[in-house]
Design a protein around this ligand. Structure first.
Ligand code: FE2
Length: 335
């Protein structure tokens, strides 16, 4: 007799953010930042790619740094809950006539078969996979804490936290709806563009109890396929503040922060990877959602500034131009 819980089929589901592949024009500077300063473990090198993970990640990698001519995001990868979910999502994408590329096991180091496609309404390159190796760290790096893959080192980012992507105001509603309808993300907090009350300005969505695993924001210049930032999680607010001290002394360029978001209630510090220029958020705290009938919280013009910056170094809630939220372009390619 099968287990009671196995007799139900919830359909394909996303489990979590898996990894981001960042193209960098200066791999050594990016390694100085992510490996030597943030303290990530270099797990594997293959050609022009370096695979890294944080100290509380057992999977093979959450970050791939790829040396290339243009700094851009090569992929945003999400892990699905069950092995069969990769194929089930593939079938649904085909039904929706979305072009899908199949990626063979091992085409990304440590990872099983995957599918790749461009987010409808966004054109961001998304990948879905399930199988991932869980290699032991070298003995010298290994932690006595069995739930940690390696010792806490450097500024101690402990896991990848979320992606924040941008698309045009013309397509953001489509992208946000698609992510919810097809990938199963739940809208947790959101805002509309004040002058266009039917258009999403920003939506924070999750498949986990986090307030967001993925945020989609309207790009003020109307560009699609933009990456605003990738966030890595730290244990405490104090870790973010210590990171600010250290990174300032290392001449790492700050964007904004430290501060605390009202939306999600986490502490933030946005800095730029000195190798690639990608914006990286160091992120700690935040509330969790366990309520099964959570109603998404709407932030309006008068409350939205508190949502972005509850206290601390402020983020412009309504940036007049791209200069306030400059982004790296994401890959438009299905290769
Ligand atoms: Fe963020």
């Amino acid at each position: 007799m099968s287990k009671f819980s196995d007799r139900y089929d919830p359909g394909p589901q996303i489990a979590q953010c898996g990894a981001i592949n960042l193209g960098t024009t200066d791999l050594e500077k990016s390694l100085f930042f992510f490996r030597d300063t943030l303290g990530m473990e270099e797990v594997e090198r293959r050609g022009n790619e370096v695979y890294l993970r944080c100290y509380q990640e057992l999977g093979h990698h959450s970050l791939v740094l790829t040396q290339q001519d243009e700094a851009m995001v090569n992929s945003y990868s999400f892990r699905v809950k069950r092995p069969q979910d990769v194929e089930l999502f593939h079938e649904e994408l085909k039904r929706q006539e979305i072009e899908v590329l199949e990626l063979a096991a091992g085409s990304v180091a440590g990872r099983g078969t995957a599918i790749r496609f461009l987010l409808p309404g966004g054109d961001h390159p998304f990948e879905l996979y399930h199988d991932i190796d869980k290699p032991m760290a070298p003995e010298a790096l290994r932690s006595r804490l069995l739930s940690n893959s390696s010792k806490r080192r450097g500024l101690a980012t402990r896991r990848i936290d979320h992606f924040n992507i941008q698309t045009s105001p013309e397509t953001i509603n489509q992208a946000e709806q698609w992510v919810r309808d097809t990938l199963g993300f739940k809208r947790r907090e959101f805002a509309h563009i004040p002058e266009h009350p039917d258009t999403i300005l920003a939506s924070w969505m999750s498949v986990t109890p986090q307030v967001h695993d993925l945020a989609i924001v309207a790009n003020p210049e109307g560009k699609k396929a933009q990456c605003h930032h990738v966030a890595f999680n730290m244990q405490d607010f104090s870790d973010v503040l210590s990171a600010a001290d250290t990174l300032k002394d290392l001449d790492v360029t700050f964007d904004v922060g430290p501060g605390k978001h009202g939306i999600g209630q986490a502490m933030y510090l946005y800095v730029f990877d000195p190798g690639s220029g990608h914006r990286v958020e160091l992120y700690a705290g935040g509330y969790l959602i366990f309520d099964p009938d959570w109603e998404a919280i709407e932030w309006k013009r008068e409350t939205f500034p508190d949502g972005l910056t509850y206290y601390g170094d402020t983020i412009d809630p309504f940036p007049p131009s791209i200069s306030a939220v400059t982004t790296n372009s994401a890959g438009l390619i299905l290769k």
